[in-house]
Design a protein around this ligand. Structure first.
Ligand code: CDP
Length: 207
């Protein structure tokens, strides 16, 4: 069973994907980390994030085993990831790796922006997780506060709106629900209720 979880920034898709993967004992790939890592390496090397060729080269040589999640979760990395993720060459360089992960024997859970539309259009379960921007900004703000890296709430909200617009507006693999995805609006749901709703959808497929 392939479970594809997509959605905008701070919608709760990562937490949901992790919980589903644990529940079904499936391997999980947070595909956002791949784009964050490409952005991180580019910045470390002093390269321009707008440079499609240079960032695609980084993507081609990316070693997934070396992803250091704590370093990639910082506020500026989401923005950097979204800039490099708009380059078709970067997306192409990361495609096979993600498809192989999705189609491994036994199944997998992947979360990102284009799992249900591009990476695994045949996924048995597709969930598009969303929530009002103000709620997502509040969640992200709390998360950043825990890291000791929180700007004012208004700035987090502005970041989120900007990233939504860039991710949804790009021509290659824009953020949008697959036609057969279940849209899960978590504006009024806590983690447990969102998990329960997703579990219902996944089990419906299994039965
Ligand atoms: O956790 P959050 O939703 O803030 O970010 P993320 O899932 O780590 O993704 C960071 C950025 O990577 C997004 O804003 C997208 O531009 C890009 N991304 C993408 O284009 N395709 C994916 N499958 C996953 C992430």
């Amino acid at each position: 069973m392939i479970i594809a979880i997509d959605g905008p920034a701070a919608s709760g898709k990562g937490t949901l994907a992790k919980r589903l993967a644990e529940h079904f004992a499936l391997p999980h790939l947070d595909t956002g980390l791949l784009y964050r890592a490409v952005g991180r390496v580019a910045l470390d090397r002093g390269l321009e994030l707008d440079d499609a060729d240079a960032t695609a080269e980084i993507a081609e040589l990316l070693d997934v085993a070396e992803l250091d999640e704590t370093r990639l979760r910082g506020r500026e990395m989401g923005e950097a990831a979204s800039i490099v993720a708009a380059h078709p060459k970067v997306r192409k360089a990361l495609l096979d790796l993600q498809r192989r992960f999705a189609h491994q024997r036994g199944g997998a859970v992947l979360d990102g922006r284009d799992i249900g539309t591009v990476i695994a259009p045949g996924a048995e379960v597709k969930i598009f997780v969303t929530a009002a921007p103000e709620i997502r900004a509040r969640r992200r703000h709390l998360e950043l506060e825990k890291r000791g890296d929180a700007p004012p709430y208004e700035e987090v909200l502005a970041d989120i709106r900007k990233r939504d617009a860039r991710d949804a507006g790009r021509t290659d693999a824009p953020l949008k629900p697959a036609p057969d995805a279940h849209v899960l609006d978590t504006t009024a749901l806590d983690v447990e209720s969102a998990f329960a709703a997703a579990l219902l959808l996944a089990n419906r497929h299994k039965d």
